[in-house]
Design a protein. Structure first.
Length: 203
């Protein structure tokens, strides 16, 4: 006679099989379909941020790497790691900036974003961070330390909710705003994106 765990497992598998892929996707999408960016801002207690739309730091390690324990530019010591929520809207994109720390962008809810990265070797990359794996979206995007970048929302809901994790953890001196004119000269192949993506969307 099957035990209780086998019965529960079978029931769960049967329930999943009864849903078509379209039905399962529809159920998942309704979780945030009716939400506005104001709802997300309120529910997660997000605040306007100088670089990344609306932000709330969710983790800053209490453990610190001691001064001298890391190479430059972190020789003064840093938290072991940090993490935050960030939400973007057409009016509040990711502004041109870089942080010294390696980081990952993570997709959570809402529309995808286009991310433009200007790497230290002079190359550029463009990626979409979003939910549609079949279309090549990434649910995680690695951004190497010291990479200037900007990002904008694409889609119909008009907001993106994601996360950023960084290591070592970010201190205020690790963040640097970018100069659009200077970066456009350094990266002429993406000069239009550099000049236009961080601007507020036209109503």
């Amino acid at each position: 006679m099957p035990d209780r765990r086998e019965i529960l497992t079978g029931a769960a598998l049967a329930g999943a099989a009864a849903l078509s892929p379209g039905q399962a996707n529809a159920q998942g999408s309704t979780m945030h379909q009716g939400m506005t960016y104001q709802d997300v801002e309120r529910l997660l207690d997000l605040k306007p941020n100088a670089t990344c739309g609306y932000v709330r730091v969710t983790y800053l390690s209490e453990e610190r790497i001691a001064p001298g324990g890391l190479p430059a530019p972190f020789e003064s010591g840093r938290p072991m790691g940090s993490a935050l929520y960030f939400m973007l809207t057409p009016q509040q994109p990711v502004k041109l900036h870089r942080i010294r720390n390696d980081q990952f962008y993570h997709y959570y809810l809402g529309d995808p974003i286009e991310v433009l990265m200007m790497l230290t070797d002079g190359s550029t990359q463009q990626h979409i961070v979003g939910p549609d794996l079949r279309e090549g979206h990434r649910v995680q995007l690695f951004i190497p330390g010291n990479t200037f970048h900007t990002a904008r929302v694409i889609g119909t809901r008009q907001w993106f909710l994601g996360g950023s994790t960084e290591w070592p953890g970010v201190d205020p001196q690790d963040v640097e705003l970018g100069n659009a004119d200077e970066l456009a000269r350094r990266f002429p192949s993406v000069s239009e994106q550099i000049r236009t993506w961080p601007l507020p969307a036209k109503g």
